[in-house]
Write a protein of this length. Structure first.
Length: 117
């Protein structure tokens, strides 16, 4: 390489990134971020189980709802509020503290999910 040449000079990686919609530099782009498209609940099946954790604590676990197809954080908040319990999101698992199988099943069914337990 000659003096003063950059590694990727003249290649597509040398150019600053541009918005695919408006063509502006990404830092100057005023386009709104693309909206996420989620799969409708009626086409998904939630699998419910009650599992035992450390020290004998029970948790209600919701499996089968992927993070790419669902907006899981608001769903977790809704389930926790309905159960009056804490909970967490681990990858594609929703965990609600305690045995709330019936309540979670009813809420998910009301939203439109198919439910297996």
């Amino acid at each position: 390489m000659g003096a003063g040449m950059r590694l990727f000079e003249g290649t597509e990686w040398d150019r600053p990134p541009r918005c695919e919609r408006c063509g502006e530099l990404e830092e100057d782009c005023r386009c709104s971020p693309p909206a996420k498209v989620f799969t409708v609940p009626e086409k998904q099946t939630a699998r419910l189980t009650v599992e035992k954790r450390k020290k004998g604590k029970l948790v209600t676990v919701v499996r089968g709802l992927s993070a790419e197809e669902n907006d899981l954080p608001p769903l977790l908040v809704r389930l926790k509020n309905a159960c009056g319990a804490g909970g967490t999101l681990k990858d594609d698992l929703l965990e609600i503290q305690g045995n709330h199988l019936a309540r979670v099943r009813g809420l998910l069914a009301d939203i439109g999910y198919r439910v297996q337990s």
